[in-house]
Design a protein around this ligand. Structure first.
Ligand SMILES: Cc1ncc(COP(=O)(O)O)c(C=O)c1O
Length: 395
């Protein structure tokens, strides 16, 4: 049942790009940007911003933008503002943290469900690598295997909160319990999960929670959130002249201050998808729950439509998932399907989408991967219908 209370028309009207008539089913690769975010970025530039730490008002404005951004991201994921490390994207931040956390003599556990950005930064630390396997039929990441993978030398377990191609939401909290029992740290990739529902990084057992604002209506900025006390124990590579405080010592170079203003506006936008009261954190939880319901109701139509087409193969059938479908069409390469759909005004992705290990495990990495169609809160029934109509025409 589609949720008639989700104000989809109002939500869509705040995204100027949606007026171009395309069905944007490419949100898993990056969402469109609502007007308040565009306004916040340009307002920052209009007001005048300087580098932080200076003796003049424009510098103070940048300092205030950074502080507001840390508070906003902390509200979004249920973390502490002083533990919000900001940077250009999740991949860059994860490489930086991985070098500070693990090295030769340690063991790390990575999974074949993960985007490569939560795999290679760990496997390249010089630590011994243990692999968690995926069931290629269901797309699930069985928890039981972690009891054998985690041991007393395990420094860290890296796992995704949701697969960026199959949408699988593994039982991160159960994996975290095993990791913590062995004294290991949990690094959770929340890049795909964050836009699809409420996030509570403490409930997940995440010592580190990574997210990217451009997946949830914000600018191209990444963040990793951790307990500030944990960050105090780590010594990342940094310049001698840059601050040694936490979280600043994890942030190299000058920040994209105007974009950080846009990140805060994106969090405020998400908090107001549905009318609500209370703190921003409370409104975010309510709003993102409503968005999740909206997405999953539409997704039920999308996935059933694809699964009933004899010329379509859908990958994975995880019990808990985001509204993300990954499929191939008989007789057409994924690229041809994407081009055909683009010609009909439907944006989808084709390829491995950096789910390198997973597409390898599915046996489709070398044949061009598959087609990914994903829903976010601004998608509506017509987007789904246009996708299904376009795919049906390829039979
Ligand atoms: C699940 C997941 N993890 C990590 C990343 C990498 O994020 P970023 O582009 O911020 O480096 C992506 C990007 O698509 C992703 O989907």
């Amino acid at each position: 049942m589609l949720d008639p209370t989700f104000p989809i028309e109002l939500v869509r009207s705040s995204y100027p790009a949606l007026a171009d008539g395309f069905a944007y089913l490419d949100g898993a690769a990056g969402t469109q940007t609502p007007q308040p975010v565009i306004d916040a970025v340009s307002a920052a530039y209009r007001a005048g911003i300087g580098n932080v730490g200076g003796a003049f008002p424009a510098s103070d404005r940048s300092g205030a933008i950074v502080a507001a951004c840390r508070a906003a991201v902390a509200d979004l994921v249920g973390g502490h503002p002083d533990g919000v490390v900001l940077g250009p994207n999740m991949t860059t931040l994860t490489y930086r943290l991985a070098r500070a956390i693990a090295g030769p003599g340690d063991e790390v556990v990575v999974s074949r469900l993960d985007h490569d950005a939560n795999v290679r930064p760990w496997t390249q630390t010089g630590a011994t690598v243990r692999w968690a396997e995926v069931d290629p039929v269901t797309g699930e990441l069985p928890v039981a295997q972690y009891a054998d993978l985690i041991g007393e030398r395990t420094r860290l377990v890296a796992v995704t909160a949701a697969s960026n191609i199959l949408g699988t939401r593994p039982d991160v909290a159960a994996i975290a319990e095993l990791a913590h029992r062995a004294g290991a740290l949990m690094y959770v990739d929340g890049v795909h999960a964050t836009p699809h529902g409420p996030v509570d990084m403490r409930a997940l057992g995440a010592d580190f929670y990574a997210t990217s604002a451009y997946k949830w209506s914000g600018p191209h900025i990444g963040a990793v959130v951790a307990d500030p006390a944990l960050l105090e124990t780590l010594r990342p590579d940094k310049l001698a002249s840059s601050p040694d405080t936490v979280p600043e010592r994890f942030e190299t170079g000058t920040a994209a201050f105007a974009d950080l203003a846009g990140v805060t506006a994106a969090v405020d936008h998400l908090a107001a998808l549905v009318p609500g009261t209370g703190t921003r954190r409370e409104r975010l939880l309510a709003s993102m729950s409503a968005a999740e319901e909206h997405e999953l109701a539409l997704f039920a139509v999308l996935i059933e439509g694809l699964e009933t087409m004899p010329h379509v193969t859908v990958y994975g059938k995880p019990a808990r998932r985001t509204a993300t479908a990954y499929f191939t069409v008989a007789g057409h390469t994924p690229r041809q399907v994407a081009e055909h759909l683009a010609g009909l005004g439907v944006n989808v992705w084709n390829g491995h989408n950096y789910a390198w290990e997973l597409t390898g495990a599915l046996g489709i990495r070398d044949s061009g991967g598959a087609v990914r169609a994903g829903l976010v809160h601004y998608n509506d029934r017509s987007d789904v219908d246009r996708l299904l109509d376009g795919v049906a025409r390829l039979s």
